[in-house]
Design a protein around this ligand. Structure first.
Ligand code: NAP
Length: 249
């Protein structure tokens, strides 16, 4: 029996957990950071909360006798991926990263690619009036200094009470989002620019297509680097890798 820890917080992690559970000889555990007050139902044994850095994760992996780790966290969850690499290296545990492909621009797109949220805010200054901000809730403060811009901010959860919020409207919704609704949203709010992380995947890419159609600018925040190691692009490839680990399937 192989005990697999899936680091989650993404739709891919949940889908992988559901499929990995059906493999003979595999026991699945999923770990969530605990950011979402009411996470969607996830198959398998779920644990919630940080481990306490590399040392805490190393202890957890050893104490729970984890055989294999699959890092299926969001491409912008850089810290936990580094921690996972360090802990598995120390213990000699095989580790796979499920990294969905990044979105790519096509000719005609008006993308401005930047490395972080501060640079995204700089790119808006004097260039945008009505901005659709789809970056989650943790880095909204980077845009609060832009008093001349109105922001439509789409979030899954309420910001922390002490959070500094830019001027505009908060909209609570969770993907997947469809093209018709995204197009309508951009038109209704007279959006001239979108700011987004390059999350990749299909659940939230309709806004990118709608922007393309409507000639709307996109400030695209590039992904942070990931640690070296085995990588796959999707759930099916991750299952192939897992079988190769000798799950017995
Ligand atoms: P992060 O900056 O990489 O991690 C910060 C700390 O949160 C980690 O050091 C770890 O705490 C804890 N943590 C993160 N993911 C965890 C997991 N799956 N299980 C247990 N602890 C975890 O991560 P983040 O950007 O805050 O993202 C947090 C979670 O939200 C991740 O699971 C990620 O997949 C999901 N998510 C993130 C984004 C995004 O844009 N960043 C978007 C969608 C979903 P300790 O050091 O105490 O272990």
């Amino acid at each position: 029996m192989k005990r697999v820890l899936i680091l989650g917080g993404t739709g891919d992690a949940s889908a992988l957990a559901a499929k990995a559970l059906t493999l003979p000889g595999v026991e699945v555990r999923v770990s969530l950071a605990g950011r979402t007050p009411q996470p969607l139902a996830i198959p398998g044994i779920v644990r919630i909360g940080g481990f306490g850095g590399v040392a805490g994760l190393t202890t957890y992996l050893r104490d729970e006798a984890i055989d294999v780790l699959i890092d299926a966290t969001h491409p912008f969850a850089a810290q936990i991926s580094l921690n996972a690499a360090a802990a598995t290296d120390e213990l000699g545990i095989p580790r796979l990263m499920l990294v969905r492909p990044a979105w790519e621009s096509v000719p005609g797109d008006q993308w401005i690619e930047v490395d972080n949220m501060a640079a995204a805010a700089d790119a808006l200054e004097g260039q945008a009036k009505r901005v659709f901000l789809t970056i989650g809730r943790q880095q909204l403060a980077s845009f609060a200094r832009l008093h001349e811009i109105w922001f439509l901010m789409r979030l899954i959860n309420q910001p922390e009470p002490e959070a500094v919020i830019p001027k505009g409207l908060l909209l609570f919704a969770q993907g997947p989002f469809d093209l018709t609704a995204e197009r309508q949203l951009l038109i209704q709010h007279e959006i001239d620019t979108i700011v987004t992380k390059n999350s990749g995947g299909s659940a939230t890419n309709a806004k990118i297509i709608a922007a393309r159609e409507l000639g709307i600018k996109v400030v695209m925040v590039r992904r942070p680097p990931i640690p070296p190691g085995d990588q796959v692009r999707d759930v099916e490839e991750a299952l192939v890798w897992l079988r190769g680990m000798g799950s017995g399937a």
